[in-house]
Design a protein around this ligand. Structure first.
Ligand code: NIG
Ligand code: FE
Length: 403
């Protein structure tokens, strides 16, 4: 990896300023050994960089590469039949309680070979990459035994070997109760979730720990026991919280210095200050809101007014969010959640990086960050949230290479 200066671009650095995009017109971006060395107006480029090779970007828009900070990318089968059931009036919870939902994906995931799981995950990863994504968080949660959960994480990590993308893996064994533990959620936590986490962590397979805190998931007390183990292992936590009801999951995540609390449609405004105080990122998932035809909005105004960082992710999964376009999630964040296009792009870059604990490395175009950038066929960063569909990505910069 060498040095290169990328010139003649409109850089949306995402370093906060008045327009929130940190726009630099006529920008030059210097890359050295995979990191950004300098960014600014080309006219101000220091003379020491004059001799290094340069690439003219023809006036294109450049942003930090996007980050999808909440996905369930690895799974077997699909749940298109549940889509029909929901359109005919069944609710997500009713389908789950009747043995469908997550548990039907568990059956399909267990039945799939490693090769099948990887092949289907790569198809979805390719969709994300085509949208400028360079970092993907992938959760376990469809294996629900120690071996199967670890297998999911290994498949997730294998994506990195095959595609130009960084993967962060999250232990989500507390996602649903498998049939073999019916009626015994505490035994499942004791025999699978906690010892499995220890084992997966000892093999270096876990970057963070998550749970589904919900009536059809696990209680705050059960999640607390998982989080205690995470803390003991030195792993950061995040939580599916307040998606369908208010169990105070976000407050629980804050108590454990969580990286993020995710979904949050049923978050009470009175719980927003603790997220602000503890720097917990609110990960908003408009794809799930849309697909479940939810009508209750997260408390957006309170989150904004109190300065809680808001990230946007696809929640790519076969049930509640069959979505593999982060740009479409950004568009939905604007249209459905009334976020601004600036908030939406910040949500898929700088705040998504924070939701994964990667804010020192990704999310802005600034000196010392990794040189992972997206080059777009778009006149202005607003366009990325505004335009629905299409192929806007012109290329990706990774280190000194433009591909
Ligand atoms: O983020 N809510 C829990 N987990 C996923 C849904 C998983 C599924 O339905 O398969 C979510 O919405
Ligand atoms: Fe999720």
């Amino acid at each position: 990896m060498g040095k290169r200066v990328f010139t003649n671009c409109l850089a949306a650095t995402m370093v906060a300023d008045a327009d929130a995009y940190g726009l630099i017109e006529g920008a030059a971006i210097v890359v050295a050994e995979g990191r950004i060395d300098w960014v600014g107006q080309a006219a101000a480029l220091p003379a020491d960089y004059a001799a290094i090779p340069s690439t003219d970007l023809g006036g294109a828009l450049v942003t930090p590469a996007l980050i999808d900070c909440h996905t369930h990318l690895v799974f077997g089968g699909d749940r298109s039949h549940e889509f029909s059931l929901r359109l005919n009036g069944a609710s997500y919870e009713e389908i789950a309680r009747a043995g469908g939902g997550i548990r039907s994906t568990v059956e399909a995931t267990r039945a799939a070979s490693d090769e099948e799981l990887l092949a289907s995950a790569l198809r979805r990863a390719d969709d994300l990459i085509a949208d400028g994504v360079a970092v993907i968080e992938v959760k376990s949660g469809y294996g629900l035994s120690i071996d199967e959960e670890m297998r999911m994480l290994r498949v997730a990590r294998a994506i990195e070997q095959q595609r130009p993308v960084r993967v962060r893996t999250t232990w989500l064994a507390a996602h649903a109760l498998p049939d073999e533990f019916e009626g015994e959620p505490d035994r499942y936590i004791d025999e699978v979730v906690i010892p499995g986490l220890e084992q997966a962590a000892s093999e270096g397979l876990v970057d963070a720990v998550d749970g589904f805190c919900e009536g059809i998931g696990f209680t705050p007390d059960q999640i607390r026991r998982v989080f205690d183990k995470a803390r003991e292992l030195g792993l950061r936590v995040k939580l599916h919280a307040e998606q369908l009801s208010d169990l105070k999951g976000a407050v629980l995540a804050a108590e454990y210095d969580g990286l993020s609390a995710d979904h949050l449609e049923y978050l009470d405004a009175s719980d927003v200050p603790v997220l602000a105080e503890k720097g917990v990122v609110a990960v908003l998932l408009p794809g799930a809101f849309y697909a479940l035809r939810e009508t209750k909005l997260p408390p957006l105004d309170d989150l904004r007014e109190q300065g809680v960082a808001m990230a946007i992710a696809t929640d790519c999964n076969p049930g509640s969010s069959p979505l593999s376009s982060l740009r479409l999630a950004m568009n939905m964040a604007c249209t459905l959640f009334r976020m601004t296009p600036q908030e939406s792009l910040a949500g898929a870059t700088i705040h998504a990086a924070s939701a994964l604990g990667l804010e020192d490395e990704y999310g802005t175009i600034a000196a010392s960050k990794r040189a992972e950038l997206a080059v777009w066929d778009a006149p202005h960063p607003n366009f990325l949230s505004y335009w629905i569909g299409g192929q806007l990505l012109r290329g990706r910069i990774s280190g000194d290479r433009l591909a």
